[in-house]
Design a protein around this ligand. Sequence first.
Ligand SMILES: COC(=O)c1ccnc(N)c1
Length: 239
Amino acid sequence: MRVDVVSIFPDYLAPLGLSLVGKAAASGVLDVRVHHLRDFTHDKHRSVDDTPVGGGAGMVMRPEPWDEALRTVAPEGARLIVPTPAGRPFTQALAAELAAEPRLVFACGRYEGIDQRVVDSARERMPVDEVSIGDYVLAGGEVAVLVMVEAVARLLPGVLGNPDSLVEESHVDGLLEYPVYTKPAVWESREVPPVLLSGHHANIVRWRRDESLRRTARNRPDLLDRLPASSFDDRDLSI
Ligand SMILES: COC(=O)c1ccnc(N)c1
């Protein structure tokens, strides 16, 4: 997968060279390229923003540099992702969808955002998703790109040492993941749940599902509402 990121703060994307994503890039599974938006300006001041039409506070990012950048960086076949608080929610399902794409381009907005005509124009050439990583506002899209690229990269074949880790994790089966424990069996008088030491696989599986349901009911009851009734058996209702 090739990933291109356009930003006025390219250094913000340096963490993409580290850890899991960095290893994926080094192994060739991921080809990450960061571009400075100001390289697509032609005035003396390399300006990328201007005052909002219709008034209002702040500045809006000009269409011309963005259009040139995206036409240069995002050829046919790429999928454009625009991080914005006004976007559709970024979810594990969307991460999985994006992980199947051969080429992603991320446009990092700053100020009050990018002139909407840039997105409208790009939509005539490629799939465009305006995506939010949560119900809060950031100073720019760069942090959201770090989040999304990591969530996508870890799903790519060969990136995670043990792909089984992807099977039982939060949001994969619609539930939050169960609590995990390691040695020692007793730590500061706190015991690991005995069932986990029982060696009884079926009981361990049952206990873990019960804990997933309890954690989901406590922290994300909205997720339970989305699950089909067939996801639950009679025992679940007693939790
Ligand atoms: C400037 O971008 C943002 O503030 C942003 C991007 C993606 N998700 C958010 N929740 C905010």
